[in-house]
Design a protein. Structure first.
Length: 283
């Protein structure tokens, strides 16, 4: 039986907290002065290749794939494990100190966009692509985009944190968040029954957002948890995830700003399509 009794007032214990204990703090703001680099393209992305980060690089690569050259971008690495998200330059464009952040320079005054859902919605609307035009279909797409934004914190911050990152493993939070993660997988698996894509049989930003978390999870790419969660039992998600994984833009987008995994399939920074040319991304 755990003897912990919360004190009257919580105090910050710097050493207690697992993988991110050295960088997370109970307040906001910058820890050091540093300007952000700026490249030559219309979009400047400050990010890391996490599931939230790759939503944006996948969409930018999809836009480029369809011939929209105005979606050219520089992707700068913000290494969150090293605390780069607390630089003065980063906090100026996102007071919440979380990647990804996109800056649209193609405007009288640059537009800062944070929250991955807001970024991909902005891009889809700006280029009128990967989002349905008519309100009923668009609403269906946004339902699922917001579903992902609201659901994944239970998967990442809940399940992923306690199952994979926490120093000590506790049954209570792992049970609670595994239950919720499996419930979400079941919702998605049922939704994808007899469907090619998340909304209206049309590949959209909802697919990109959901694939980055739940697609990768079911393909065994997150938290070393495939067996524990029995991801193979979610057959409709698996088929959909495989299909999306084979798209050339997804193959490029998912490796941008990556700092972990196979070293041969990582692009630290992306400044042009040539950055991928030495890689065989067909396998
Ligand atoms: N809801 C936000 C979440 C962003 C987020 O949590 N980013 C993580 C990486 S995936 C981060 O920057 N973590 C750094 C930190 O917590 O200090 C979004 O979708 O953009």
């Amino acid at each position: 039986m755990n003897k912990y009794k919360p004190p009257k007032i919580w105090t910050w214990d710097k050493e207690n907290g697992g993988k991110f204990s050295k960088i997370n703090r109970p307040f906001s703001g910058s820890t050091h002065q540093k300007k952000l680099p700026v490249g030559k393209h219309p979009f400047q992305l400050y990010s890391q290749g996490t599931p939230n980060g790759i939503k944006v690089t996948i969409l930018l690569e999809e836009l480029l794939e369809t011939g929209i050259d105005d979606a050219e971008y520089d992707a700068w690495l913000v290494e969150i494990g090293k605390g780069d998200q607390f630089s003065s330059g980063f906090v100026e464009i996102n007071p919440n100190s979380k990647i990804p952040v996109l800056v649209d320079m193609d405007n009288e005054k640059p537009i800062n966009i944070f929250e991955s859902g807001s970024i991909i919605l902005y891009l889809a609307e700006k280029f009128n692509a990967f989002i349905p035009e008519k309100l009923p279909e668009k609403t269906e797409c946004l339902n699922w985009l917001f579903w992902q934004m609201a659901s994944s914190p239970y998967l990442g911050g809940g399940f992923g944190h306690f199952y994979a990152y926490a120093n000590e493993k506790y049954e209570y939070p792992i049970d609670r968040y595994t239950m919720e993660t499996k419930r979400q997988l079941d919702v998605l698996n049922k939704h994808l029954f007899n469907k090619s894509y998340i909304c209206n049989d049309e590949y959209s930003i909802a697919d990109i957002a959901i694939w980055s978390w739940y697609g990768q999870l079911v393909l065994g790419k997150l938290y070393n948890s495939a067996e524990f969660l029995e991801v193979n039992s979610y057959k409709n998600i698996y088929d959909w995830a495989k299909k999306i994984n084979s798209r050339p833009a997804v193959r490029r987008g998912k490796i941008v700003n990556k700092v972990s995994g196979n070293e041969n399939f990582r692009i630290k920074e992306r400044h042009s399509k040539e950055d991928f040319s030495h890689l065989n991304l067909n396998g």
